[in-house]
Design a binder for this molecule. Structure first.
Ligand SMILES: [Zn+2]
Length: 56
C-alpha cells in the first residue's frame, strides 16, 4: 500500500457509496465502470502483488 493506493481506495469507497445511494441505473453503471478503472489502476501499481505465479 502506498499513497496512490490509498487515494484510489478512497475514490473507490466514495464511488461505492454513490452507487448504493442511487437507484438510477445509468449512474450505477457509470460508477461501476469507474470503480473497475480504479481497481485496474491499483493492480498496475503493484503488478507483483497479484499473488498469481508468473508464467512463461
Ligand atoms: Zn500502493
Amino acid at each position: 500500500m502506498c499513497d496512490l493506493c490509498r487515494e484510489l481506495d478512497y475514490k473507490i469507497e466514495a464511488c461505492r457509496r454513490l452507487e448504493n445511494s442511487t437507484n438510477d441505473e445509468l449512474t450505477r453503471e457509470a460508477v461501476a465502470d469507474l470503480i473497475r478503472e480504479y481497481e485496474e489502476d491499483k493492480a498496475k501499481l503493484h503488478p507483483n502483488q497479484s499473488g498469481e505465479a508468473s508464467r512463461g
